[in-house]
Write a protein that binds this ligand. Structure first.
Ligand code: HEM
Ligand code: HEM
Length: 190
């Protein structure tokens, strides 16, 4: 079970809780869900007929799920920097600690880089994004440039493919801790 440790400091008890704080847990699972939606929508798009309304809708879902990831990534990173995260659980050797820290860092970079690259792909294609239901567009940061669009889109797609593996590895590691090592790694993120 997840434990709370009490430290005695100058006579007043300080409670250091080993689990992630509720905002960190909320950010983690909300962002994970949005990423699943972004991937599912762009995969579905590939199966839908070119020029059809469902295909355009899939792409809109993809884009807005991705923008929501970016919007949540900002308070999430601030929370992480200011409030930190629980330390490694006892019994984890340096390779496990280093490996998980490296994967978490990569995931944080991805949360910012991937939506920005997606948005710049649109901009280089000559589009912004219009907020549905409102007559307002998000700003356009770069001018239309077909060659640049192809390069940014390539990076966005390559990163998208690579992160199937990184995210998969991360999720499998969590399940391995839970079912095989039977420790609190997953429980403290729930
Ligand atoms: C975490 C967020 C995101 C993830 C995981 C993601 C993932 C992907 C993946 C895997 C592809 C390649 C699909 C394929 O190979 O057919 C793709 C394509 C694309 N994404 Fe994203 N994306 C994200 C955010 C965004 C955002 C925020 C935008 C724009 C606002 C965007 C715009 C695009 C565009 C324009 C394409 C090219 C679609 C095409 O022309 O075939 N993406 N994305
Ligand atoms: C799109 C999917 C995901 C992303 C982007 C993601 C990202 C992250 C990041 C950045 C952290 C570090 C949190 C911090 O210290 O601030 C983290 C921790 C964690 N994630 Fe995920 N995650 C995803 C999916 C999952 C899934 C599917 C699982 C479970 C099966 C999972 C389980 C965990 C656990 C248990 C931790 C805490 C690890 C520890 O304390 O060492 N994550 N995740």
């Amino acid at each position: 079970m997840v434990k709370a440790i009490k430290f005695q400091s100058f006579g007043s008890p300080i409670t250091a809780v080993e689990r992630y704080a509720p905002p960190a847990i909320f950010f983690h699972w909300a962002v994970a869900l949005l990423i699943v939606i972004a991937y599912a929508a762009v995969i579905a798009k590939g199966y839908l007929p070119k020029g059809s309304a469902p295909r355009a809708l899939s792409m809109t879902i993809h884009e807005w799920a991705g923008i929501a990831v970016l919007i949540l990534a900002v308070p999430r990173l601030l929370w992480r920097l200011v409030r930190g995260a629980p330390g490694a659980l006892p019994g984890q050797g340096w390779p496990a600690r280093f490996g998980s820290a490296a994967v978490h860092l990569l995931l944080y970079v991805f949360l910012f880089a991937q939506p920005v690259l997606g948005y710049l792909t649109l901009n280089a294609g000559g589009h912004g994004l219009t907020i549905p239901g409102l007559d307002m567009a998000l700003p356009q940061f770069i001018d239309k440039d077909d060659e640049l669009r192809r390069s940014i889109k390539d990076i966005h797609e390559t990163l998208g493919s690579a992160f199937y593996w990184v995210i998969g590895l991360h999720a499998l590691a969590a399940l391995w801790h839970h079912y095989f090592r039977r420790d609190d790694t997953l429980r403290r993120m729930l």
